[in-house]
Design a protein. Structure first.
Length: 308
């Protein structure tokens, strides 16, 4: 019993750090700046490069991959700073981190602009910590180049503290607030096997998205003029926006929240910020009733057909 008592949750609740970050999520003081920055990022003429920066080609956000270089090189420079005779190596590592910080920041800001307000508030402080780190490491590099090694080491240590704090907030964004996570990943785990009847075909107007449920999972149903019926998981993989409220055009649906575009035929994410496709369902019509079945993840498809 004593062991169980020690393992039980503390009645004091979350610690000061977590309470502080939770308050940051709810603090509207910087919302004016956030709106201005979001508009600026969204207006940037990135074209197809925007999806590259989101990481659609990778299947998940590319920002966490890019930040490994500056964090890794700066941490390695701190290790070399503790050893004699490695001044040049530490300087090269700091310069490498500074060069890699730019692409990492651009990808991060591109993702940040498509997040909910609560996440943008935390993300703004995350970015401020990283900007501070870049400034400190730039000053450290300059000091080292002028032969002021001691000052350069001190500035580098301060930069490492700043980027670590920024990284901790990045972890909060990813793991507590689920920024960048696939919000449709759970669908294959909670949809029961086999076929499920979700209504009469006549109840689905042609060319319009209708929301139905397969068990506990909301799905979007779109019936085409030619008779084909497409069914996708309704909650967008980017931030769980309701696709059934989105625009249907050119064989795709556009999420009403952040503009991700998915192909109706197979759920493929044609355009970001979503980096994961939507779970798709096979369909069949039996005696005027629409049956659906979660499509095999290997990509095999099933078309709507009248069953005997």
């Amino acid at each position: 019993m004593d062991a169980l008592h020690r393992l039980a949750p503390s009645p004091e609740g979350p610690g000061r750090v977590l309470r502080g970050v939770d308050r940051l999520e709810r603090w509207p003081g910087a919302d004016g700046l956030i709106d201005a920055l979001r508009a600026l990022v969204r207006a940037a003429p990135l074209g197809a490069a925007r999806d590259v920066l989101h990481g659609r080609w990778l299947g998940h956000p590319v920002h966490p991959l890019l930040v490994q270089v500056p964090i890794g090189t700066w941490l390695s420079a701190a290790v070399l700073d503790m050893l004699p005779g490695h001044r040049r190596g530490a300087r090269v590592l700091i310069a490498t981190g500074l060069a890699a910080a730019g692409p990492a920041a651009v990808s991060g800001w591109t993702d940040w602009a498509e997040l909910p307000k609560e996440q943008q508030r935390v993300g703004l402080v995350h970015a401020a910590g990283n900007i501070t780190a870049v400034a400190l490491y730039a000053a450290s590099f300059s000091a080292r180049c002028r032969g002021r090694t001691g000052r350069g080491k001190a500035l580098g240590l301060a930069g490492l503290c700043a980027v670590s704090a920024g990284g901790a907030l990045g972890g909060h964004l990813a793991y507590r607030q689920a920024a960048g996570a696939n919000h449709a990943e759970q669908v294959p785990h909670i949809v029961g096997p086999g076929w499920h009847t979700i209504g009469d075909v006549a109840d689905f107007p042609v060319g319009e998205a209708v929301r139905r449920h397969v068990g506990e999972v909301p799905v979007m149903v779109v019936r085409e003029a030619g008779g084909a019926v497409h069914v996708l998981a309704d909650r967008c993989s980017h931030m769980a926006g309701p696709l059934s409220d989105g625009e249907i055009a050119d064989g795709c649906v556009r999420c009403p929240w952040h503009g991700s575009v998915f192909r109706l035929e197979d759920g493929w994410n044609v355009r970001g910020p979503a980096t994961a496709p939507q779970p798709a369902f096979d369909t069949r019509i039996t005696d005027g009733r629409l049956d659906v079945r979660l499509r095999d993840v290997t990509g095999s498809t099933g078309s709507t057909a009248d069953a005997a």
